[in-house]
Design a protein around this ligand. Structure first.
Ligand code: DX5
Ligand code: ZN
Length: 217
């Protein structure tokens, strides 16, 4: 069994100390930094743009996992690719020509991710699966950290895992929202490859211990 990848979200960090947050992630045993980009339109909150990503890049050894919660994601993708994102994930609910957006990300040399909110079924992204490197299943309604995981969303992880096997594909399955030491086991049981954790990570006194708990090792 492959170890679960942990992706702490800097949304829960102190925004006046992003470099320190990146260092905490590097030191914790987590592999990815999850960067939540919010535009105040697709979700009712605002965070940061590509400048933060490029400024943070030299302060981190981790994979940069950019989660775009924005309208018209295609218009922002070149800037985030240039800024040093490794994975760029957009919401299927925010775009019309979603296959084009996935292709755009791959053409820029980046890993392409597509995300679904709790009310969106897996069937809506069925045709996109061969073109995705990552599927991000939201386990809360996006926009804010510190919410409670909606357990029913984990059924979508099971369905995606089944589709991946049937179609012999290799995309990673990630979950985002309400992940902590109590909820991580059910997400791992469902078959996730990547766990995003914001509040749980930045609240933890012993981050190395928390990462081990999340990984179940
Ligand atoms: C929510 C964001 C999440 C958020 C998760 O819209 O996409 O990445 O940081 O926060 P927690 O882990 O606190 O639920
Ligand atoms: Zn996120």
């Amino acid at each position: 069994m492959k170890e679960t990848i942990i992706a702490p979200s800097v949304l829960a960090a102190d925004f006046s100390h992003f470099a320190a947050a990146a260092a905490d992630i590097d030191d914790s045993g987590a592999e990815w930094v999850h960067l939540d980009v919010m535009d105040g339109r697709f979700v009712p909150n605002l965070t940061f743009g590509p400048k933060l990503v490029s400024d943070l890049r030299p302060h981190s050894r981790s994979v940069f996992d950019v989660h775009l919660m924005t309208e018209d994601p295609g218009s922002l993708i070149p800037a985030f690719a240039e800024a040093g994102a490794d994975y760029i994930t957009f919401h299927v609910e925010a775009a019309i020509h979603t296959h084009r957006v996935l292709t755009q990300i791959r053409d820029l040399g980046k890993k392409a991710g597509v995300s679904i909110v709790p009310s969106t079924p897996v069937s809506l992204i069925e045709e996109l699966l061969p073109f995705a490197d990552l599927v991000l299943v939201m386990t809360v309604n996006p926009g804010f950290g510190g919410q409670t995981l909606i357990g029913e969303c984990l059924e979508k992880v099971r369905a995606l895992k089944q589709r991946r096997e049937q179609k012999r594909l290799s995309f990673l399955i990630s979950v985002d929202g309400g992940i902590n030491a109590d909820t991580a086991p059910s997400a791992r049981d469902a078959g996730v490859d990547v766990l995003v954790a914001g509040s749980a990570f930045f609240r933890a006194g012993d981050k190395k211990a928390l990462v081990k708990l999340l990984k179940g090792i």
